[in-house]
Design a protein around this ligand. Structure first.
Ligand SMILES: C[S@@+](CC[C@H](N)C(=O)[O-])C[C@H]1O[C@@H](n2cnc3c(N)ncnc32)[C@H](O)[C@@H]1O
Length: 241
């Protein structure tokens, strides 16, 4: 009968939305990912209790909207952002994340708060055990070694590895040429200054130079996330460093 089907669909939609408190994403699924990959809630302005991924939303949204074929992710303690990006590829049914981390732990110089997790069998199997295996590859190596071995092009690159000025500048130099036109490169900890036990933070120094370009910054709390986009005119990116 005319209108009955429409009314039934609207009723189902309303019931579903009220059951999920009107949210687009499921709190349970978000919490389970955040817990499993031990989300650094302070560093990403997130809250597991509130199922709030903080900066994770930005990575997820960017990847969902841009639908990259290939994403590069350098450095993560327990895999929160690499997993968010792999989940975005899974939800897009397109794309793959290359996640690079040598698995440094507290005894390694330049660990930058790494916990040695990626060298353990739990770490090595974590993406598989969470059902993300088809959307992410783990490379247990440094960004420099990875760049020498693989010459891939990326549409999205996230840098969260070596946080010294020298280290992050090297990553920028290595991978900027591998970013495709209109691609995005993001930097964690653009707001952190000074020396902590793990070393002297220098991402903010690089960011001061980069932010003059097509940039967006989320300066909240101590960490901060900076994003730049590769413009079509490559001359705008020359002689930055
Ligand atoms: C600051 S932690 C990342 C913490 C991060 N904010 C998070 O949410 O997990 C830095 C990570 O980078 C890794 N790392 C350090 N130097 C690296 C390098 N040269 N190439 C790739 N990863 C590196 C460390 O092993 C560590 O796991």
């Amino acid at each position: 009968m005319f209108g009955v089907k429409t009314r039934l669909i609207n009723f189902c939609k309303k019931t579903y939305l009220s059951a999920t408190s009107g949210k687009l994403a499921s709190d349970m699924a978000i919490r389970s990912l955040m817990e499993y990959f031990v989300a650094d809630t302070y560093g990403h302005r997130a809250s597991i209790k509130k199922a709030d991924m903080g900066y994770g939303w930005i990575h997820y949204g960017l990847a969902r909207a841009y639908k990259p074929k290939r994403i590069l992710c350098i450095g993560s303690r327990y895999g929160f952002i690499p997993a968010v990006l792999a989940q975005a590829c899974k939800d897009n049914t397109k794309g793959i994340v290359d996640f690079v981390d040598p698995g440094y732990g507290k005894d390694d110089p330049g660990h930058w708060t790494g916990e040695g997790y990626w060298r353990t069998s739990k770490g090595k199997n974590s993406f598989k055990n969470f059902g993300l295996n088809s959307w992410i590859n783990l490379y247990l190596t440094t960004s420099q070694e990875y760049a020498t071995k693989f010459k891939r092009e990326y549409e999205y690159i996230y840098l969260d590895g070596d946080h010294s000025y020298k280290g992050v500048s090297l990553d920028y130099k290595l991978f900027w040429p591998r970013l495709s036109k209109f691609g995005f490169m993001s930097f964690h900890d653009v707001g952190v200054k000074g020396r902590l036990t793990e070393g002297k933070y220098g991402v903010y120094r690089l960011w001061r130079k980069l932010e003059k370009r097509n940039s967006i910054v989320f300066p909240f709390l101590g960490s901060g996330l900076g994003i730049i986009q590769k413009a079509t005119d490559e001359n705008r990116h020359k002689n930055i460093l």
